[in-house]
Ligand binder design. Sequence first.
Ligand SMILES: Cc1cc2nc3c(=O)[nH]c(=O)nc-3n(C[C@H](O)[C@H](O)[C@H](O)COP(=O)(O)OP(=O)(O)OC[C@H]3O[C@@H](n4cnc5c(N)ncnc54)[C@H](O)[C@@H]3O)c2cc1C
Ligand code: FES
Ligand code: FES
Length: 1236
Amino acid sequence: MPCASRSDELVFFVNGRKVMERNVDPEGTLLTFLRKNWTLLSKSWLLRLTGTKYACGRGGCGACTVMVSKHDPVSRKIRHFSVTACLMPICSLHGAAVTTVEGVGSIKTRLPPVQERIAKSHGTQCGFCTPGMVMSMYTLLRNHPQPSEEQLMEALGSNLCRCTGYRPILESGRTFCMESNSCQQKGTGKCCLDWGENDSSPLGKKSEICTKLFAKEEFQSLDPTQELIFPPELLRMAENPEKRTLTFYGERGTWISPGTLKDLLELKVKHPKAPLVLGPAMKSQGHFHPVLLSPARISELSMVTKTSDGLTIGAGCSLAQMQDILAERIAELPEEKTQTYRALLKHLRSLAGQQIRNMASLGGHVISQHCCSDLNPVLAVSNATLNLISAEGTRQIPLNEHFLAGLASADLKPEEILESVHIPHSQKWEFVSAFRQAQCQQNALPHVNAGMRVLLKEGTDSIEDLSIAYGGVGAATISAHRSCQLLLGRRWNELMLDEACRLLLDEVSLPGSAPGGRVEFKRTLVVSFLFKFYLEVLQELKKLVKLFSVPVGALDSRHHSEVSDQFLSALEDFLVTIPQGVQTYQNVDPHQPLQDPVGRPIMHLSALKHATGEAMFCDDIPMVDKELFMALVTSSRAHAKIISIDVSKALELPEVVDVITAEDIPGTNGAEGDKLLAIDEVNCVGQIICAVVAETDVQAKRATEKIEITYEDLEPVIFTIKDAIKHNSFLCPEKKLEQGNVEEAFEKVDQILEEVHVGGQKHFYMETQRVLVIPKTEDKELDIYVSTQDPAHVQVSVFYFKHPHQQDHLSCKTSGWRFWREGRKTSCIRGDCSCGTGHPIRLVLDREDDMLITGGRHPVFGKYKVGFMNNGRIKALDIECYINGGCTLDDSELVTEFLILKLENAYKIRNLRFQGRACMTNLPSNTAFRGFGFPQGALVTESCITAVAAKCGLPPEKIREKNMYKTVDKTIYKQAFNPETLIRCWNECLDKSSFYSRRMHVEEFNKKNYWKKKGIAIIPMKFSVGFAATSYHQAAALVHIYTDGSVLVTHGGNELGQGIHTKMLQVASRELKIPMSCMHISETSTATVPNTIATAASISADVNGRAVQNACQILLKRLEPIIKKHPEGTWEDWIEAAFEQRISLSATGYFRNFLNQCAFLQGLGESGMFLGSSVFFAIADAVATVDIAEDFMVQSPATPERVRMACADRFTEMRPRELSMWIHTWQIPPAEGYSR
Ligand SMILES: Cc1cc2nc3c(=O)[nH]c(=O)nc-3n(C[C@H](O)[C@H](O)[C@H](O)COP(=O)(O)OP(=O)(O)OC[C@H]3O[C@@H](n4cnc5c(N)ncnc54)[C@H](O)[C@@H]3O)c2cc1C
Ligand code: FES
Ligand code: FES
């Protein structure tokens, strides 16, 4: 426990209420404080604010976004900024006001526009990300009540959503924006919704198709005067700042916050090793420091000075403040002086997300000297200097490569701190640029970045000074000093460029073992960035020649003319703009009664609760009496024998209650080959070995480190599919489907093509695995709260695992978009533990453990042989697929079956042979994942079609059309299939998207642009829904009508965000003919609806809907005599009468016999997953327009690296061939291996 007796009082406000806390843990974050703090702060107010969510704990997802307001001592204004609470040290909040989603509004009191609009715009599904989205938007609106679309994009840039898709979320934010662009659907500047009288809308007849999902006019308007004000008490504190040093003592560490610079410098002498903590870096790195110094209250570190030769920015300024300062300076100064500021600003826009930029300090950024720093390369080339201060005095050091490499002679002394950074102005004939390539534009660390500066001799193109620095290519920012020196005096032309590329590749050497890998890609970027800089400077030179009438001879005019217009697209940056899109849906029949909600766009039932943070997820359930916490111990070896497990040191810790190993399991420890807790052997890193139960989550986690496990490594260790094939390591027998005569057909075709395709995908659900198990003393019952989509399966697993003859009741809380069965193991272990200790047990996996323990979508290795005629007609197809199943069977057999069943996709090919095998490897078990093998398999098929198109010299859509089902026929799995809907969908899609005119535009664009290419693709999809086992096609529901007329509906489907509860009430409302507002839905529970079927296979709404319908019809039948007798009566009258007449007002509905049907278009669900493949094939289409590097092909996922390396040009050719040979020897291909 933190030492409250000696600690100072931490004072801050949360949602307008004062928090005075002596008991803070210096290691704690704001997120833990908000979610876990149970202190009664005033008579009626508990802090426990669970609206702010934990998802990644690393500042990467935005789920924990809150607004912090502080008084800025320099500008004397209140600053409102968004932060990620998971990285915000709690002690840094002294004097701040925090606003969480609960403070913005509530459905019980006031629902402000930002929450109302995201809900009504259909911007939430599971709702786990929604509070974070709301808080990012709310902070934006506090600062800019009418933001621009760019500001909106920037504010939401680091908020992840895993289910809604960003369009509706952005749509809700857009309702606050100044301007609203048309959708540009036709590429004509005209919105597809603005059709004139004589236009034929591509969206169909207006009366049938609706494009308006919400009525903007109904929204409340934004009234900034209604918002919480900055607490006057904090304002007084800020205006008369206390100069006393504040100290907060914790169990292990101490946080010291001096009030003056002098005290800070003295403390630095006393604690030379103590880091200065301003931003999120300390928390994100997770290192322990016994003493932390906080310079947050030292105003000298936030000073900004404009001088005649440059700008001096205080080290304590946040990166967001730096953004504002630079923008202001750029507006004030002539362009030639602001080259460096522009380059820095460009990087600041894409560096991390806005929340991190609001927290991270310039000083922390520079001093961290991290190898991927975006700012340091630019600061280094532009001759920035560091102003240092210590108790001894001040001094300046250059921010150069020696400092960045951490050389002691060029670095800070332990007792020194960085006071400010001086960035000089640029001058005429000087050009500075910044380059960056990351996995995505926003919120991603760069693979490589660079800062480049050249000073040309006045009036010439002769190089007077040149500096180039790269990040991401070594352990520190690297300067290409030697190359730059050798290029001095050279003219800025193609010859110089060639020489510079050669020199740079030599100097910036990247060994095969370079951190982060991707060596060939990085080498290509090193020279590609230089090429861009070369072009940029040439363009600027051209302008200068015009402006200053420079004598022609002074510039090497021969080479300027070579920069053709075709090349200029290399200079255009990709802008982050609001994605343009429009959602349409079919209007209901005009005769449908108004109160019947079926087919209408009804807001998600929980949307308002999601938006206010009031929706209850598993870990939001309040702490129960005597609750304990669990943490898991997992294998650190991929394949090993367990020699011993020593738990004694963990058990010695007073706060540890128990350690559970396989020996403690009273029932069955899982199936053979799939043990819940490992016994003698481990088969992957991350396999669960034992579990620690302690009084708090932190204590349980720390105690896991005390458990000593001795292993003996075993052979073989298999990671890849190729290795598994080599070792004949498979999980189940081969699955095979065949029709026609494949061999014979291959003999009659014009051409045969044989290729290989690999693909894979990782999970990143927002809500990590979490379970709460509460034992009931009477009748040995267990209440289990778990986020799963298969409660019955978890219930059965727990039953076998623990003491026999116990009752378990599973309640499923709203789930933060979960996939399949992963809650099973963790629930079982907790189930047993609760029985053993008699205590309620809670387990919340942190993101690292969750990623380590759980598998992902099966990567596939697909080999195809296709025989086709020259006109593109495919006569024979033979596909062999191997999936990487990981170390246990799990659902791999089922996935293999689904994969080969669906391989034919939408094509009728007479001669087919599909084979599939699940490989056993030493990776965590991969599991069924949206689409059950269909996306991976269909990607192989569609890649094959694309390859046939290329061979035939025809567009891929023509080959697709030619081979598609045309008439009623039997599928490979012998089901009669009528392709009418398929063909209609295909034609409508071509028509509505104006596909062919877009294809023409794409071709024209590609002709005109050498460095930028566009692609377009249309992919058909035939997806059969339902499970293979017919026993899974059943569902039940329970409907109660209460005497006041209200209705309670329960069913067997799980709400994962897809809106199943909403749909069930729509059905009940139609059947009972009463409004949805009179109805309530109860959480899914095995106590009310037993033997539920997993919510999967795209049929849950259908089968559960039928069960609800059945229950409602039974009830209505019972009410029929009363209604007939009193047709003029109200619903309440009839229910009252029914009760009087002793008619049961509760009914169970049941449905079975769902027949496999084919769904061709589904926005959500399993099939929708594959719709994204059109983007992949559009990228492949774009790549196909350039020279493709001979040893590369575009593979899934089409990462920037793969796309770049697939396109051969003079820069990819510069990579040394000998490197590629041995780089691959230790790398596991990303699609197969898991670098966790
Ligand atoms: C989620 C996330 C994403 C990120 N993405 C990017 C990215 O894309 N690109 C990028 O370039 N960076 C990125 N960063 C890093 C970020 O830009 C900062 O560099 C980083 O957070 C360090 O700044 P800080 O204020 O958090 O440092 P702190 O934690 O405050 O300090 C870091 C170190 O600097 C020392 N220090 C701090 N101030 C001083 C001072 N005045 N004098 C002496 N020593 C001092 C401290 O003692 C400590 O050792 C990311 C960070 C996070 C958390
Ligand atoms: S950013 Fe804090 S939980 Fe993800
Ligand atoms: S609604 Fe965004 S993660 Fe589910």
